[in-house]
Write a protein that binds this ligand. Sequence first.
Ligand code: PLP
Length: 222
Amino acid sequence: MARIDGRTKIVFLCNPNNPTGTYWTATELEDFLDRVDGRVVVVVDEAYAEYMDADDYPDMRFLLRRHANLVVFRTFSKAYGLAGLRIGYLVGGPRLADVVRRATIVYSVNAMAQKAALAALEDGEDHIRASRDLTQKARFYVEAAVVELDLSIVSHHGNFLMLRLPMDDMLAYHRLMERGFMVRSMTDFRFPNWIRLSLSHLDIMAGFMDALADVLSASKTG
Ligand SMILES: *Cc1c(COP(=O)(O)O)cnc(C)c1O
């Protein structure tokens, strides 16, 4: 908030945030929007909204009605699993939507992607529930497993989590890659020694924890 000045035109918030998995509550976001008071455009990126189950996660329909400077981004790339089709959507007032429409290339979303997205929305409920169950099980599993390895974790929202390692994250990235697991090293996000991992099926997570334990003990013995 303090960093918004006369030259600021737009503010992006990622909620829940990637890569930390932290989120703005409804009260925090509302308070922020009230203080911005329409002076800049506020974009809330909700790429991981479908994974949220916290009661105090904001319902943007309510905030959108009250704030004409607010825009929400959603995607079919994450919980809906359609990343390869390149489709998402924006929700906002007509004035902002029109500005965006004029700035985007024509036919930026193809017909196949639109059909798939509509179909995904139709059987959405079941798919999203299954997707949330899967990530939640994986999260519980990893959270318990990292306690044994004495590692810290930030999270706890989204389909990923961030782990702090007692070794260089780039080195860990390469060592894990040799064992068939690709994680994201976090040095570029200004979190040296942290990695971010995606949550998946339990057998994959178990394989990953074995590989990680292996990498960590190898780094200890040099
Ligand atoms: C994945 C993601 C998006 C959406 O990506 P697209 O595949 O381009 O729709 C947006 N924001 C964040 C933070 C993401 O992780």
